[in-house]
Design a protein around this ligand. Sequence first.
Ligand SMILES: [Zn+2]
Length: 410
Amino acid sequence: MCAVILRNRTSRTGAQLIDPDQSKLRALKLIRRTEGLSRIELAKALGFNKATVTDLVADLLRRDLLVEEKGAAAGRGRPRTHLSINASAGYVISVSPLMGERASIDIVDLKGSRIHSCETVLAPFDDVEALPDMLSGVLGAVLDEEIVPRAAIRYAAIVLPGLVNHRDGIVHWLPSSKTAMSVPLARQMEERVGIPVILDNRVAAIARAEHWFGSEGNLDSFTLIALLEQGMNAARYVEGRMQIGHNGMNSEFSHVKVAFEGGRPCYCGSSGCITAYASVSGIGSALARLRGIGLSDWSQRTTAFEEAVRLTAAKEEGEVAGLFATAGEALGTAIASHINEHDPGRVIVVSARPDLLSLMRRHCEERVDSSTLPILRERTSVEYRTVRPDEYWKGTAALALEGVYRAPSS
Ligand SMILES: [Zn+2]
């Protein structure tokens, strides 16, 4: 039974009283993923009764988000009717930062098919206060091209590499920012570009791409842990909903503690955080400490990480190879703790760097196996793969589509 149904309650028409925005989102995502579904199949998949689905579908047809198409009749029966997403009823636009201050700007239709893509160069993310003007300018320039009529763009999504309050559209921290302050970026951009704007972080985008565009495994309930080009983080889906915290914050898995009493220092000001052990920047910083060198910025940590990879591949220094064993053990410990606490069912570890994954994976797997409760370990799949380049735009566009799908009825 669907979690959002208020059990045993129905309206005068017999429809169940449900959370309407969430139900529309679930229905539309399901119809998009299956590329055509009958009303009966939809009711069964959502756990809704006939009256509830009738009301839901009527609203979505009225808002032009769905179309109903007649298929071929089965035998001598009536033609089968399918519900499909009305792909051209609107579009969304997404901005997803890539490495080297580049960003991908993409326009997709309501089915999630990309109809336009371009790359732009952003100003450095070193001034949080400058973000609204900078990102609005980038977005506005593409909107002005009128690739589709500007009025047809219904939502914009921005993915940022930092601490984001997804629910309230606030950026609290970016790794390269010189100032620490909270900026209501979504609202300020909305005022400038004239369309609703929604924010998230990069790992949430990868998880959302898996949920919307993945093809195997449980796409509705999983935890995704991403080792990015410099840092790391995680995002978790439960029954089709990404989990955000009480204060609207995304997961900050990178600061889960895996050591104390002498744990490695972390850029957050604390120590013993998983990112200080298992991320590119953490491993780079650890190598620098072995050498007695201080590192002042993120690019230096990446360079030091690459030196650690080179030394390990050349088998020149056992102490350096130990950094990757420790990285795997730390990550495996954090994953096992997560499984023991949350029983996610499926854990996906993705890495932006194949070298990091290959050097630490075996150690991670061993630690997951030894530290997870056996009854949970045998019921949990743990997968490892590299990040697919298209996951950033797909996940960001899906975020904007969720804004359209969830929009209240007018
Ligand atoms: Zn930390």
